[in-house]
Design a protein around this ligand. Structure first.
Ligand code: NAD
Length: 423
């Protein structure tokens, strides 16, 4: 494939490309077909001006990348994070495509966001920026074109503002343009918890396969946001002992087990884990290499790399985050043989987009399911996908990541081949 493009300066994009190349070699995809399958279809970059509370005007850069439109609308999160750049957003959109392909959803991958630290905005400024971003996106998105959801730095409230802004523009409520909304504004039961509970479900399955007893198993979770905190709480409910957690400001460790409810309440009050006094602090880099049964990176990309992959002392690596493990680290983990059971990101955190799909379907039909039905359908979809990955890995002697990517890429490739090339 040609090496220069608008995304190519990004190490995260290069990581997505290397993963794809490996799978494309395995699938023996013709070289002239690879670029068509891999490169994002389109990207929009926007400047979002807002009035600051002091009366000045600030301009923030926003993006939206739509990877492919072959199977239906694109679907994916919106990230508000400092230093966000378009190559990272593109990589996340591409991973969403493979994820939707793997779990069988009628979507291509999308992703977007704004380069901003939302904690540095007042609530009014955050609302202005969210609404302005959505307003700039209106010509580019829609319930059958591209459907947004939350990701790092955004939440149910931001999704409600997105939906309201789009709906005001159209003059009627269009709840299905966004997922991850509050239940009180057209969301679905179970969406907020879906990703973390899905991570926990798959960990329980991995425990069964590896002979780890989840009751009393030790767990370390990096990232204590939507995914990490819910996964921690759900694993605790399954009997596991959470011995370490971290966010971007603090890392905490206690061999006897942390009080997750207390930590969630503390974080809700203080905005972070920093200053929490009922557990010892540990250096964030050291947290990942402490002995534990289950390690859950649930924060950002590329935290498991060539420097620490050989030092991990977990039995199960459950990738709640997107792209936490670099290709160099993957090679090291593979060379370690069977000692770490990896649940790759596109499987591990797929509960979020699965329940987003349920929310979209319910919004279109205006027929709502109760939480039991949502969770039951979620776990059935996860189970089917988990079994498909394990079977593929065994049959073709692949790592779990390559097996999952192979299934996801194949679905997109076959759809493109069947539809042909227009005109
Ligand atoms: P969030 O904003 O709710 O939480 C992110 C957490 O990570 C925060 O606690 C933050 O402080 C922490 N963090 C950031 N940088 C860190 C670092 N360097 N070290 C330790 N902690 C750090 O975001 P989220 O929605 O929980 O998303 C987390 C990850 O899960 C992302 O990779 C996201 O793409 C992925 N994901 C999210 C969903 C979802 O439904 N929200 C679905 C699938 C995948």
């Amino acid at each position: 494939m040609s090496s220069y493009n608008v995304y190519s300066a990004s190490p995260v994009f290069e990581m997505a490309r290397r993963q794809f190349d490996q799978v494309a070699d395995h699938l023996e995809i013709r070289l002239d077909e690879r670029e068509r399958v891999f490169m994002p279809k389109r990207v929009l970059a926007v400047s979002c001006p807002i009035h600051r509370d002091d009366g000045s005007v600030a301009v923030f850069q926003g993006f939206r990348v739509q990877h492919h439109l072959t199977l239906g609308p694109t679907k994916g999160g919106t990230r508000f994070a400092p230093n966000l750049e378009v190559g990272e957003v593109a990589a996340l959109a591409i991973w969403m495509s493979w994820k939707c392909g793997l779990v069988g959803l009628p979507y291509g991958g999308g992703k977007g966001g704004i380069a901003v630290d939302p904690r540095l905005l007042s609530p009014r400024e955050l609302e202005s920026l969210s609404r302005r971003y959505m307003q700039e996106m209106i010509p580019f998105i829609g319930p059958h074109v591209d459907v947004m959801a939350p990701d790092i730095g955004t939440n149910e409230k931001v999704m409600a503002w997105f939906m309201d802004t789009y709906s005001m523009y159209l003059g009627r409520t269009v709840s299905e343009v966004v997922t991850g909304k509050p239940v009180s504004a057209g969301g679905t039961a179970g969406r907020r918890e879906a990703t973390g509970r899905g991570v926990s479900y798959l960990i329980a399955r991995a425990c069964e396969m590896t002979g780890v007893n989840i009751s009393g198993a030790t767990v370390i979770v990096q990232g204590f946001g939507n995914v990490g905190s819910v996964a921690a709480a759900s694993l605790k409910e399954r009997g596991a002992r959470i011995i370490g957690v971290s966010d971007d400001r603090a890392a905490l460790f206690d061999e006897r087990g942390l009080d997750i409810e207390d930590l969630v309440a503390y974080q809700a009050r203080r905005g972070s884990l920093a200053g929490y006094e009922n557990a010892s602090s540990i250096a964030p880099d050291d947290l990942l290499v402490q002995p534990c049964d289950i390690l859950v990176p649930a924060a950002v990309e590329r935290v498991i790399d060539a420097h620490n992959a050989g030092k991990l002392r977990c039995r199960i690596l459950a990738e709640g985050a997107n792209g936490p493990t670099t290709p160099e680290a993957d090679r090291i983990l593979r060379d370690r043989g069977d000692d770490i059971f990896v649940i790759p990101d596109i499987l591990c955190n797929s509960g979020g987009v699965i329940v987003s799909y349920f929310e979209w379907v319910q919004g279109i039909q205006q027929l709502f399911w109760d939480e039991t039905e949502v969770m039951d359908r979620l776990y059935r979809t996860l189970e089917r996908s988990f079994q498909a990955v394990i079977a593929k890995a065994r049959a073709e002697q692949l790592s779990h990541r390559d097996a999952a990517l192979t299934i996801g890429v194949t679905r997109v490739l076959e759809a493109k081949r069947m539809r042909g090339l227009f005109p």
